[in-house]
Design a protein around this ligand. Sequence first.
Ligand code: SF4
Length: 511
Amino acid sequence: MIRSRKDKRKSNHSPAVERKLRKVRLSRKQTHAVILFPAPFPNAIANLGFLTIWDRLNTAGDFLCDRAVWDPRHPSEPEGIETGLPLSAFPLIFISSSTELDLPAVIDALIASGIEPEAGSRQGRPLIVAGGITLTLNPAPWAPLLDLAILGEGEDAILPWISLYADWQKQSGSRPELLQASSALPFLWIPDQEDRMVTPARYESFTEHPAFSTVVHPDGHFGDCFLIETTRGCPRRCKFCAACAAFSARFASADAIINTIDSTHCLTAPKVGLVGAAVGDHPRLKQIVAHVLLSGKEITLSSLRIESTDAELLDLLTEGGFRSLTIAPEAGSEGERFKLGKKATDADILKLAQIAAEKGINHLRMYFLIGLPEAEPADSIARLITWLRKETPSSLFLDLSVASFIPKPFTPWEGEPFAGIPTLDHVKKQIKDAIKPLSRVDVRFESTRMEQIAVLLSRGDRRIGEVLIAAKKSSRSFNQQIRLDNLDLTPYLAPADTDYILPWKVIHPHD
Ligand code: SF4
């Protein structure tokens, strides 16, 4: 059932309470496109890629673009937030993707909208163009669905393509003509030309013009918070990490960050969030934090470095209302941690946890990975947490988030195998049982079945996308469809044993 505009006004996510960087006046008759974020509204409002590209599209000449989200809990046809138009009313749909599992969500959103998920059946009506980190690493599973993908950083790259699209529309060109013209842009991946080499786009002005929230809404994932991207990529190059594989590492200049905070007045948000893969490594982090506090705002950070976070920084942060610290030890033992590229010792973790508790932080979130190549027994995570619980005050809640290793394209571990559902479920149970007797410790796991699907989509090719679409169209589970199609998963899950040609070999890696 399609919600009426009246229902939408009643919902918590009403656009009426949003604050935007600039007024965007879209009419139901004149809007050219929509950008879809395939996840619920709070995630969309906290995604700088989605918000930045939406803003960019509406500054491209007289091009007008709406935005929409997909919430699987309310699986009706998505509507443009600005116009209330159904997704199927737009001739051009952009998709902003940040995780592998966006592909099944996009297929669901298209089916719910009565739009053919296969590009071959749509014949450009509507045209679907996607971008984001997932596609930059490996767009191949999206091949059956997309007309085009923009690989790399889209901030500047989107504009020449919009100009090309506008010319094509004026000439009432055909879909093959648009794809042919698009092939002049080196960062465009065209599923119909799968062997063509692609060079992902780079946003050259990042250092001086970092991305920030162009829309703020109280229902955002971080609350009523103005986000600013202080770093892109990461110089540390951990062997499993997609963030450093997709983007070259750089820091936004502290002056640019401070100027952005001042000139936008953070769209009146009471809180500022510093985000990016390497926030804790920013060389002028303390100065930026101090500036946020001076401007009377609260502060939050995506995560901090274990070995470089000191008492002075924590003092500043707690002054700004910061009570929950996030770190990513990734592995339970020092040996495993060093092997994957993290330099933090167990003593570093304990020291940081103790200082954090002293400074009034009451929540320590820790990210761990299991099923890593040459993994040690699972009890290394349980041992570390048991020791931390014993040595830290009980005022500090220990909150673990444990996920399985997913091999990512362009990382040194891109060809390592997925450990498999039975092994990973066993490890998860071991951790859960070991943590149970500890007080004020919680652990959350991702679903291992979904993690296996994420591996298939991370390393997959066109065939994986075809099977997924067939499953969605017939309301079968992905696994049922895989069995029905007799698809051998070995090339995707245990690649060392096969001659599988990596589909992302057509993409030039960044420097
Ligand atoms: S430190 Fe974090 S962001 Fe940087 S490469 Fe390692 S895992 Fe990735």
